[in-house]
Write a protein that binds this ligand. Structure first.
Ligand code: GLU
Length: 382
């Protein structure tokens, strides 16, 4: 661990604990791994820091409550939702026993994070709970969230919560020592990366699926979460929550896992929301000249660079901007708010801006996406 960087200073952390730690033997809530995590939280709070816990395990606890042991894979959606409803109070009671402070249950859906008014509402509630010195314990509201409107995994949920709560640290407790160059369960040569300076496609290439059925996430969702958090200037740590000494080291400001370093130039709140929370309604395929203009000159997207439109989408919708390099799969370039719907855009694609009025009868704007409504995606920012 000597080459590891120290843990950056922090004041407010979101600590995410996965099902693998809460229900390690697929038999519902266990305290085996939670005591060292609770100790880390208590010690951090004693130092005047603020902590928000994001806890999985509702489905696992619900399954155990109903006498169903074994992994939760293969459940129907209503079954998963029912088991989450049964398990959530058990999960809260389980955590509550470990703390002397009041614990507050906060259940969120994707809608709460994506819609401005609801986002602000959730943000204010969490701020109030922290002001009162309580410990907010967050989970996805699995019982009501429909499949299309779910965050889906608690790694990404924790990143959204970290953004919402303006945390400066996200700690993801898992059952591996950090991010490895390959799956350490399968490849004995896999090496742990103590620090990841930027989340590039190479990092995504390293991560595969989950090795446990009861958890929704895997290493990929942890990297996605780290990308969301670091993009907003939040350092992210992946730590082995099954090892008490690793958590104690974290409490001393050491870095026993993998540190994903926060972006040097974080995205604004609006651009972060556009890139990471707003669902894309369609795609605009652009040529190499447009890619250069967007990436190198920070230009707006003009109709002349558009080569294909994959809709339907309307004016004001969020769309992905992609390019086809060497006839390969589309490469993401940017995301933004389009000024033209898909049908209108198809008619003006490849044309100069001054031709817009001629073709459409009116030209509300000379660009398709204004530079202020556009955010570049990886790998250009790495
Ligand atoms: N919200 C789910 C639960 O509490 C877990 C999702 C996840 O493990 O990522 O069971």
């Amino acid at each position: 661990m000597s080459s590891a960087p120290p843990l950056p200073d922090w004041d407010r952390a979101v600590v995410k604990v996965g099902s693998a730690l809460i229900a390690p033997d697929d038999r519902g809530c266990s305290t085996t791994h939670l005591l060292p995590i609770a100790r880390f939280i208590i010690e951090s709070r004693r130092q005047g820091k603020e902590v928000i816990l994001v806890s999985s395990g509702a489905v696992a606890a619900g399954l155990a409550e109903q006498g169903r042991t074994g992994p939760g894979a293969g459940l129907s959606i209503p079954e998963r939702q029912a088991f989450a409803a049964l398990g959530q109070p058990l999960l809260m009671a389980h955590w509550r026993r470990l703390f002397d402070v009041s614990c507050a249950q906060v259940l969120l859906t994707y809608d709460d994070l994506q819609r401005r008014a609801r986002f602000v509402n959730a943000k204010n509630t969490i701020a109030e709970l922290l002001d009162r010195g309580t410990l907010p314990i967050v989970n996805e509201n699995d019982t009501v969230a429909t499949e299309e409107l779910k965050v889906g995994d608690n790694d990404n949920l924790a990143a959204y919560v970290a953004v919402l709560a303006e945390a400066d640290l996200l700690v993801i407790c898992s059952d591996v020592d950090g991010l490895y160059t390959a799956d350490p369960y399968e490849d004995p040569d896999a090496e742990r990366l103590p620090v990841v300076e930027a989340i590039t496609d190479d990092i995504y290439d390293m991560v595969g699926g989950s090795h446990r059925a009861v958890a929704t996430g895997g290493m990929r969702t942890k990297v996605e979460a780290a990308e969301k958090a670091t993009d907003r200037g939040i350092d992210t740590v992946l730590v082995n929550g099954t090892k008490g000494d690793h958590l104690d080291a974290l409490g001393r400001g050491e870095m026993p896992g993998t540190l994903f370093r926060r972006a040097e130039r974080p995205l604004s709140a609006r651009k972060h929301w556009m890139l990471h929370a707003l669902p894309a309604a369609g795609r605009i395929v652009v040529d190499a000249g447009a890619v250069r203009a967007l990436r190198e000159r920070g230009a707006s997207l003009l109709p002349s660079g558009v080569v294909d439109v994959e809709g339907p989408f309307a004016q004001g919708d969020a769309v992905e901007v992609v390019t086809l390099e060497n006839d390969d799969a589309p490469v993401r370039v940017a995301k933004g708010i389009t000024q033209y719907g898909a049908d209108a855009l198809r008619r003006i694609q490849g044309r100069q801006s001054h031709a817009i009025a001629e073709v459409l009868g009116a030209a509300p704007t000379d660009h398709v996406i204004h530079r202020d409504d556009l955010v570049l995606t990886r790998p250009a920012r790495s």
